[in-house]
Design a protein around this ligand. Structure first.
Ligand code: NAD
Length: 300
């Protein structure tokens, strides 16, 4: 098509020097994917980062790689469904850096596997994506626990600290396009991401009078391990004799994907750019919003 061109994407190493200078920011799910990239970019922009992840070894390595750049970051290992872990992240912010100014609640799951557990579709079916009539209890409970209850625990301790400080704050909850529209074959993921939007709106109302802004982002396909693992699950399901993919692939492309000659989804850097914008003072008039960081996915 004449005039057709690739998108100019946010460069992977782009950052705005000094934007978060002296601010202390929590990032959950910081071992890999968007959480790792958000933690790194925040530190490059001057923040003291407290990163958390259930992948303790890998998370510690990611945070150490940030420190190796001469930047400031601390790791708190553990599962966000454990309330004590969420409390500990805040305690580390205050004892190490004197305050908590912002947070990105990014840790999330699509299934009930441990995030680095090898995929073995046939033996893990009860813990993997499935339509409601086939879905296992453990699958339902784990996805709801991590995405909803874990986010609630994080918010509770973050907001308690921000209220005590009396200096305002900003929080971004990482939801999904699955929190904006329907998506086949992933009932607790869709339900939990809608619930995260609800929590975001609730918190925005309750804490606006205290100068605390709470927003969410709803991204479409972004190239991370979560996305790659979802496709491996589909591949194994088809290889084990199923005639359908389980997860609906009725519509997975964004509007912008055809602009990329490889047709790829969005990049973590593109997602992190909007998360950090929402955290920053430039977004001072935005609260309770869901930013559709989905390349136009939800408009057509
Ligand atoms: N990649 C996509 O296409 C996409 C699309 C929409 C939404 N999202 C959301 O973006 C967020 C980040 O996903 P990603 O794509 O970077 O995936 P990812 O799996 O690469 O990263 C998620 C991180 O969260 C951690 N984590 C999972 N459960 C945890 C728990 N209970 N406690 C602490 N840490 C935990 C994982 O170990 C991992 O490091 C998730 O909330 C996901 O639902 C991703």
């Amino acid at each position: 098509m004449p005039g057709r061109m690739n998108l100019a994407r946010v460069p992977e190493d782009y950052f705005m020097p000094g934007r978060f200078a002296g601010k202390t920011v929590i990032v959950t799910g910081a071992a890999r994917g968007m959480g790792a990239d958000a933690a790194r970019r925040l530190a490059r922009e001057g923040a003291n980062v407290v990163g958390n992840d259930i992948l303790e070894e890998f998370g510690a390595e990611t945070i150490q790689s940030i420190r190796d750049e001469g930047l400031t970051a601390t790791f708190v290992g553990g599962d966000i469904t454990d309330e004590a872990v969420c409390e500990e992240m805040v305690r580390v912010c205050v004892s190490g850096y004197g305050s908590l100014d912002a947070a990105i609640n990014n840790a999330g799951v699509m299934d009930a596997l441990h995030p680095d557990e090898p995929i073995d579709y046939v033996n893990q079916r009860d813990r993997l994506m499935a339509r409601i009539h086939e879905a296992g209890n453990e699958y339902w409970r784990r996805v709801m626990d991590v995405n909803v209850t874990g986010t609630f625990y994080c918010l509770r301790y973050q907001l308690r600290q921000m209220m005590e400080q009396g200096t305002g704050g900003s929080i971004v909850n990482v939801a999904s396009v699955a929190g904006i529209r329907g998506f086949g074959g992933t009932p607790p993921y869709v339900a939990s991401k809608h619930a995260m939007q609800g929590l975001t709106k609730n918190a925005a109302i309750d804490y606006a009078p205290f100068g605390i802004r709470v927003n969410s982002v709803g991204m479409g396909t972004t190239i991370t391990q979560m996305f790659e693992r979802a496709f491996e699950i589909i591949r194994q399901r088809l290889a084990s004799g199923y005639k359908d993919t389980g997860i609906s692939l009725a519509k997975i492309n964004s509007l912008l994907q055809p602009s990329d000659q490889n047709g790829t989804g969005s990049t973590p850097a593109e997602q992190v750019a909007i998360m950090l914008f929402l955290l920053s003072p430039e977004a001072s008039n935005i609260t309770g919003a869901t930013y559709k960081t989905d390349g136009g996915f939800t408009i057509f």
